[in-house]
Design a protein around this ligand. Structure first.
Ligand SMILES: [Zn+2]
Length: 249
């Protein structure tokens, strides 16, 4: 059993950039691009804070998910491509995958494989944000920890982090496997097929977009609470730090 734990942070919906060659596909839909349909507001900033605070690498995609969704598997015919791209011909869709999907997916996959080969256990944290109101319904949480409940290490880690977040007095309402199930199609779900529980923990951390949209001061405070509690949960989980870096929290 590997003793070392390596944390890596990823962000699949970090931005809403449209590469020059695809601008024609999104003419007149700037509002959609700027909404939660186009990207996860605040996710990249939080991922950068976690990466910096815990001195671990960040792998982020900043191209809009409306071109291709880096958090869906290749076989997901329903939502890998969006309403703006799914009707393109096969050659164009392949080019989009090569431009905006495979670089992120294959890089992260290779990084995980490399750590596992070195005998390390990888804690992969995929950072996302969710819209507080979805289809007119208010979501009853401020943050969510998504994982596979059949994987004991993921379950243990998420319970520990949820406890640390509750103890932080930030008033954050944290739920497990909400607003989505951790076993639904996402990047960690794909990686679980490749790496067993003993060496790979794939967690999606979701925070409500009401925080990044509310104002800088409270959002910054919350980011450092999240970083601090993540650090605590990792220490309690493994009894050792994931890297030699010093957290700035
Ligand atoms: Zn997302």
């Amino acid at each position: 059993m590997p003793k070392n734990l390596q944390l890596i942070v990823t962000c699949e919906h970090g931005g809403n950039l449209v590469p020059e060659r695809y601008v024609r596909l999104f003419q007149g839909v700037e509002e959609t691009l700027g909404s939660h349909c186009g990207y996860d507001a605040g996710a990249l900033e939080l991922a950068e804070t976690l990466s910096r605070s815990l001195s671990v690498p960040l792998y982020a995609s900043t191209v809009t998910r409306l071109l291709v969704d880096c958090n869906r598997s290749l076989r997901n015919r329903r939502s890998l491509f969006s309403e703006f791209t799914r009707r393109l011909d096969a050659a164009e869709r392949t080019t989009i995958l090569e431009d905006a999907y495979l670089p992120h997916r294959t890089t992260v996959e290779a990084v995980v494989a490399e750590h596992v080969q070195r005998g390390q256990r990888v804690l992969h944290l995929a950072v996302h944000t969710f819209t507080p109101v979805f289809h007119g319904k208010i979501r009853m949480a401020d943050a969510g920890l998504l994982y596979d409940p059949t994987r004991p290490l993921e379950t243990r880690f998420c319970r520990a982090w949820q406890r640390a977040l509750s103890d932080s007095a930030s008033g954050l309402r944290v739920r497990r496997n909400y607003p989505y199930r951790g076993t639904a199609d996402g990047f960690p779900a794909h990686l679980r097929h490749l790496f067993p529980d003993a060496v790979y923990l794939g967690i999606e951390f979701e925070v409500s977009q009401k925080y990044p949209l509310a104002g800088a001061a409270a959002w910054h405070r919350l980011q450092y609470v999240i970083a601090g509690t993540l650090d605590t949960a990792i220490r309690n989980f493994s009894g050792e730090r994931p890297t030699s870096g010093t957290p700035g929290v």
